[in-house]
Unconditional design. Structure first.
Length: 401
């Protein structure tokens, strides 16, 4: 992976950007593959190696952060370095089953012989003659230098390797080469990844792309340090995308029952009424509890129907609500020692009304975007029906009796 503008940034930054571009380009390439068995590897036979439909695709990436990236010409160092990499790889691949891709953010000039490599069907004969002529010129000028200066040092290895190939192999190689010009740049890749996530609403795609890129970066590091297989499969990518979609769905919980009235004939479980009766709750306390319990019950049922994975999140949040209640109930029970029954009831009624008036603002919501206060209020009533929480200091003993 060459970064062709290392004069504009320091070499370390250029190398880092270059490698990061490899990683992100590999992700984008794998996402675009329809074959479920496709897989990519980084820094193995080439910058990026793709296997799909029984074919092997090798990618040499030439990234640049310049406003006007250098063009790809017969005199480009990037071209001849790429040729050297591919000639070295020939003994390791089946030429008939391999295509070689030079990916450049720069452009091939319109009248350049290299234009033939931008069209898979174009004839390569004229290009072959031009490349042999250029390679021979480089080798001759290097050999004929009399001033002691090493000319064409960067291009010479590629030129020599190309000339060393059998003439028929040169043409066969050129027929398997493609140039992808004006390729996406590193700063554009997150947006391109987001566009592939069309199953998500537009406003969530970039957020999902950022999470996907973070996961991908970790997988790439693991491939390079031997913590996992070198090839990352498309099936792994799809599984990660599904997981991210599920996470975003949970975080984007909608308050479906925020202002919805319960059916006129709805009756809550009898335990709800008995719990409130123990603390001498007023009719308004009962009305509010029944309404919010119905809304929370319906909301829980809808979430689980739409996404069964919500069961775990709901159970975890129930435990959090129970803990907040327990802290208050234990202290209230201690404060009720020595009080008469009416005073104990009053303390319990205050605890019940805390769940209505203050708990929705004092307990963090079930998801960052959640706005429906009825869920906390109503869930406390759901828990009260199951005797997981209660309002009276001795609610378990009294209800058991």
């Amino acid at each position: 992976m060459d970064n062709t503008d290392s004069n504009s940034v320091d070499d370390a930054s250029a190398a880092a950007l270059g490698f990061y571009y490899q990683s992100q380009f590999a992700l984008l390439t794998l996402m675009s593959q329809p074959d479920n068995d496709a897989g990519v590897a980084i820094e193995r036979l080439d910058d990026v190696e793709l296997k799909a439909n029984g074919q092997q695709l090798l990618f040499q990436l030439k990234h640049s952060v310049q406003d006007n990236p250098p063009p790809v010409t017969l005199a480009s160092v990037a071209l001849w370095k790429t040729i050297k990499v591919w000639t070295d790889a020939l003994p390791l691949v089946s030429l008939a089953d391999t295509t070689f891709h030079l990916v450049s953010v720069g452009k091939v000039p319109d009248k350049s012989p290299l234009s033939a490599l931008c069209d898979a069907q174009a004839d390569r004969e004229a290009l072959l003659r031009a490349m042999v002529e250029e390679a021979q010129r480089v080798v001759d000028e290097r050999a004929g230098a009399t001033d002691g200066k090493a000319r064409h040092a960067a291009r010479a290895p590629g030129c020599e390797a190309f000339l060393a190939l059998d003439p028929s192999v040169r043409l066969s190689l050129l027929r398997r080469i493609r140039i992808q010009q004006e390729s996406v740049t590193i700063d554009q890749i997150p947006d391109r990844v987001a566009k592939w996530l069309h199953l998500l609403p537009k406003q969530q795609r970039l957020q999902a792309a950022e999470r996907l890129l973070a996961w991908w970066d970790q997988q790439v590091v693991y491939t390079l340090c031997g913590k996992r297989e070198r090839i990352i499969q498309r099936s792994e990518l799809e599984q990660c995308i599904s997981s991210i979609i599920a996470q975003l769905e949970e975080e984007r919980l909608v308050a479906d029952f925020d202002v919805m009235p319960h059916p006129e004939d709805y009756k809550a479980d009898g335990m709800l009424y008995r719990q409130i009766e123990l603390v001498d709750g007023k009719p308004s306390d009962v009305t509010r509890a029944v309404r919010e319990q119905w809304r929370a019950k319906e909301q829980r049922a809808k979430w689980i129907t739409d996404n069964p994975q919500m069961r775990s999140k709901i159970a975890t949040y129930d435990a959090k609500l129970t803990e907040h209640w327990s802290d208050r109930h234990v202290r209230m029970t201690e404060d009720c020692e020595g009080l008469d029954p009416a005073q104990v009831q009053a303390q319990g009624l205050d605890l019940l009304r805390w769940t209505h008036d203050f708990a929705p603002n004092q307990v963090e919501p079930i998801a960052p975007s959640w706005q429906g206060h009825y869920y906390v209020r109503g869930t406390y009533q759901v828990l009260a029906i199951d005797l997981q929480v209660g309002w009276h200091a001795d609610y378990r003993k009294l209800l058991k009796e």
